[in-house]
Design a binder for this molecule. Structure first.
Ligand code: HAM
Length: 429
């Protein structure tokens, strides 16, 4: 093949679409139930937005951004995530004047130059939500409820929630100091990549995959022990509300995991992830948390926010693994089968009129035998073949043949009569 889709990207073919429809529809239904309004931001933003928002020292900004200079000399980046862009839009459009919190969702492709593997791509899709302008733990629980509900509504089972609080600027420096001191004591048992991380992003040592790091993380200082009074109160209140939610969702099993720190710098206080219980490799399905300091980093006034994003490819992989039944592809109502030039013209005109009646209709390819056209109709899984010949035109009728083996009937050559006949008792759609 002279050309293939770029590494880490894929085509979503018509046969894959029922799965994607299932995920998109479920996402939109859940979003509307919680009164989130859709927002679409551009595919690209100025590079500086992500450098400041996501953080200069993160893997995303250091190694994974698709950045380029445009013809005007501006540095542009294909968005690697949605939160910074949504916050930019919140500030740009004065959304602080709206009732708070402003609840927004998106369903959009993201771009990260990562090493592709199962569940990890260079172009991938996220369903994300952001609730901006309310610091209350009530919103933390709302957002988690929404994430949980989304995953469960997709039909997935065997998932689990991990939560943590990573404090904020008021208590983080004290925590980071002790965390660094702890790892420095064990520097000899740290692999080289982890030693580099110790300076750049010490919190990331806690969720590092290397076995030596995992052993050390176990006994490392915990952010929960360092929370300021206010952040500790937020955390306790959050836990209380989460336990309240458990009464409604008895299957909502969660664990407090002090190694959950997230890979983007904007997070403060509550962070969480949902993943399969038997998680291996790239498995986090949905992840998020609070970002109460992000708006300020972007030049806005202090504005709290919280949200999550779910990786749609990973969800789809799990929907397939768990063999969740999803609605099939849209049904094709009619294929017109036409014999002769006059019939072909009449069939095309009738197809147009039938589409106005709301039916899905295609004409069998011209210039083929009746047998070949009927084969085409069967292969297209149409519900009916509408057979039109010169003689039928003279008599003002057509033959309507159900392709599920039902009885063929004669119908007037009129769109409304045909539409009534196909939505009669034989109808399955
Ligand atoms: P994130 O953890 O970077 O957070 O990504 C969220 C989810 O997107 C992941 O849990 C995963 O399911 C999916 N994902 C990430 N990278 C890839 C990839 N290379 N291939 C396939 N799926 C991927 C964020 O993006 C934050 N903006 C989430 C957020 C919203 N926090 C607050 N609001």
């Amino acid at each position: 093949m002279p050309f293939n889709a770029p590494r880490g990207t894929s085509d979503i073919l018509p046969g894959d679409q029922p799965l994607w429809d299932h995920v998109h529809r479920t996402a939109e239904r859940v979003a509307r139930q919680f009164a989130y309004g859709r927002i679409d931001t551009p595919l690209f933003e100025t590079t500086e937005l992500f450098a400041r928002g996501v953080g200069d020292e993160t893997d995303i900004v250091q190694k994974e951004m698709y950045s380029f200079e445009d013809h005007g000399g501006d540095s542009i980046t294909l968005r690697p995530e949605g939160t910074a862009a949504v916050c930019r839009a919140y500030l740009e459009h004065g959304m602080s004047n709206l009732p708070q919190p402003v609840r927004l969702f998106y369903n959009a492709p993201m771009f990260r130059y990562e090493r592709p593997q199962a569940g990890r791509f260079r172009q991938f899709h996220q369903f994300g939500i952001e609730a901006i302008g309310d610091p209350s733990p009530q919103v933390d629980v709302e957002v988690i409820e929404m994430g949980w509900r989304f995953v469960r509504e997709l039909g997935l089972s065997g998932v689990t929630l991990r939560i943590n609080s990573i404090g904020d600027a008021s208590d983080r420096p004290r925590y980071v100091k002790d965390l660094k001191a702890y790892y420095e004591k064990h520097i000899d048992s740290l692999p080289k990549v982890a030693r580099d991380r110790l300076e750049r992003a010490p919190l990331r040592l806690l969720d590092a995959k290397e076995p030596e790091c995992q052993d050390l993380a176990h006994d490392a200082p915990k952010s929960l022990d360092y929370l300021s009074e206010e952040n500790a109160r937020h955390w306790e209140e959050f836990l209380g509300l989460l336990d309240g939610l458990k009464l409604v969702y008895p299957d909502l099993n969660y664990t407090v995991d002090h190694r959950l720190v997230r890979g983007l710098d904007y997070y403060t206080r509550t962070v969480f992830e949902i993943e399969p219980e038997d998680a291996r490799g790239q498995s986090t399905l949905l992840a998020g948390g609070r970002y109460d300091g992000l708006m300020e980093k972007l030049g806005g006034p202090p504005t709290p926010g919280i949200g999550f994003a779910a990786g749609l490819e990973r969800l789809i992989l799990n929907v397939q693994r768990q063999e969740v039944p999803v609605p099939g592809p849209p049904v094709l109502d009619i294929v017109t089968v036409h014999l002769g030039e006059a019939a072909q013209a009449r069939a095309a005109q009738l197809a147009a009129a039938l589409r106005l009646e709301g039916l899905s209709v295609v004409n069998a390819p011209a210039g083929r035998s009746m047998k070949a056209q009927m084969r085409y109709a069967n292969q297209a899984s149409a519900r009916f073949a509408l057979i039109i010949g010169e003689r039928e035109i003279e008599r003002g009728v057509a033959a309507l043949k159900p392709l599920d083996g039902g009885e063929q009937v004669e119908v007037p050559l009129e769109a409304s009569a045909i539409a009534a006949a196909v939505s009669g008792p034989a109808s399955t759609s």
